[in-house]
Design a protein around this ligand. Structure first.
Ligand code: ZN
Length: 466
């Protein structure tokens, strides 16, 4: 039987044998087997270092095998023929038998075919494992502080992870405007008005970014959600993330905003007052849209007298019982003398100093009153001392409220009786305070049981030391 043979030659830097010598040896083999030479395919190393795409002799040879023009490919050795084992797959799939001079692979015999089948299997496995390794390496790189490697470029940075001048300016501006009191909608509208195009426009149907990265002209305006996702991305504060969550690792790239600004933005974003102000509607129920389903963590809505996981129907709980319990827990915590200390942001020197000043002034009020009770000072001295201390306290508290940017708890902490302040606050205000202090997760109630189990309402304090 005379097979039609193709000879594959490749000049490679790591193999000293030249093309001419390869050709000579391959042709001798073809001759000795009495095969018919139907083609000679030679690649140089330049093309071999790239993918073996169009224009390479390899691709041409593959095409000829697919067209049934040849039966066997001859090469000096496996390294010369393929650079990776997985490249054997398209070749054997095209029906090519393979023979190497060193006999490592011989698809012309049953024994050799078995060996090649195994090699191809190993090649498939290696290709798969390699892509898994690649994925893991990318994840690791992100988690370990690299901005990105491959994948979607982050707005504000170039593909190499350097600052992208114009985009970075837009990102910084979004943070600045939001800190200065801008709303997502307002910022988005202003950027659109000024003709600043978002990098990826959402598609009409899904609202998700389009795959091709090109903004469609009619959608070249900023959706508030794009502003929001920029504001929520910890990578802008130089924090490495894994699956969008900060890993605690400091990134090895230039942050576009400082960490304090980023944290302040997150507090503002989480503040329910912001949403209330936007829609102009008041909530009637304490936990509606605030308590979460234990399973899917989606905020519950109300149905009748119950909180209800609309997302998956996982829980339905009596509003009255749950709210009663949450209010009791919050009030108990607010009565704690540790309150002011616990909620003083540890990374803000100024706020901490003002908090301790306020605490010292409160102690002075208490001791002045005690002095009066013990007959150490008279009523006139008491009232003048108290007036002075209280004025000072007011100044400190105002300053602190200003420094801590009017977060929901700053007023609360400034109140002489936080519990009374909380109880007397509007429901929106209570919701704002609660959302800053804790997360509530509703678990299932026991079926048919009238008894309220406290452990079925999970309380997650945002300040673990408190
Ligand atoms: Zn759920």
């Amino acid at each position: 039987m005379s097979l039609r043979a193709a000879v594959y030659l490749r000049q490679s830097l790591d193999v000293s044998e030249g093309i001419d010598r390869q050709r000579e040896r391959c042709l001798a083999l073809v001759d000795s087997r009495n095969w018919t030479l139907v083609g000679e395919y030679a690649d140089n190393d330049t093309s071999a270092s790239k993918e073996r795409g169009d224009g390479t002799a390899w691709a041409r040879m593959l095409g000829d095998f697919r067209a049934g023009k040849a039966d066997v490919v001859v090469a000096t050795d496996l390294d010369r023929l393929v650079r990776r084992l997985e490249e054997l797959i398209p070749l054997t799939a095209a029906g090519a038998k393979v023979l190497t001079l060193d006999g490592e692979i011989d698809l012309t015999t049953a024994d050799g075919e078995f060996r090649a089948t195994m090699l191809t299997g190993i090649a498939r496995f290696e290709a798969k494992r390699k892509s898994e390794r690649q994925t893991r390496a990318n994840e690791y790189r992100r988690a370990a502080g690299k901005l990105f490697k491959g994948g979607v470029r982050l707005t504000g940075y170039t593909q190499d992870g350097e600052e992208h001048e114009t985009e970075a300016a837009v990102v910084r501006r979004i943070f600045e405007e939001f800190v200065a009191g801008g709303t997502l909608r307002g910022i988005a509208a202003r950027l659109s008005e000024e003709g600043v195009a978002p990098r990826r426009a959402p598609s009409v149907r899904t609202g998700r970014p389009r795959k091709n990265n090109k903004p469609a002209r009619e959608f070249a305006s900023w959706p508030p959600s794009s502003v929001s996702s920029i504001l929520r991305n910890p990578r802008y504060a130089g924090r490495a993330t894994f699956e969008k969550v900060a890993t605690g690792v400091t990134g090895q790239w230039t942050a576009l905003v400082d960490e304090a600004t980023f944290d302040l933005v997150q507090i503002k974003l989480a503040d329910p007052r912001r949403k209330t102000n936007q829609t102009g509607t008041s909530r009637k129920y304490l936990g509606s849209g605030l308590w979460e389903c234990y399973l899917c963590h989606v905020p519950v809505t109300t149905t009748g007298e119950r909180y209800w996981c609309r997302a998956g129907g996982h829980v339905a709980r009596s509003m009255r019982k749950v709210d009663q319990y949450v209010l009791a827990v919050v009030c108990a915590r607010l009565a704690s003398p540790e309150l002011a200390r616990a909620f003083t942001p540890t990374d803000d020197e100024g706020v901490r100093r003002l908090a301790s000043e306020a605490a010292a002034l409160r102690t002075r009020i208490a001791s002045t009153e005690a002095d009066y009770d013990n007959g150490l000072i008279d009523g006139i001295r008491l009232s003048t001392s108290l007036a002075k201390i209280r004025a000072e306290l007011l100044r400190v508290e105002r300053e602190r409220a200003r420094v801590s940017d009017g977060s929901a708890t700053s007023d609360l902490l400034g109140a002489s009786d936080p519990v009374a302040f909380f109880k007397g606050a509007s429901i929106d205000r209570q919701r704002a305070i609660i959302s800053e202090l804790l997360t509530v997760r509703l678990h299932k109630a026991l079926r048919g049981s009238k008894i309220f189990r406290e452990e079925s309402v999970e309380i997650l304090w945002h300040q673990p030391q408190f």
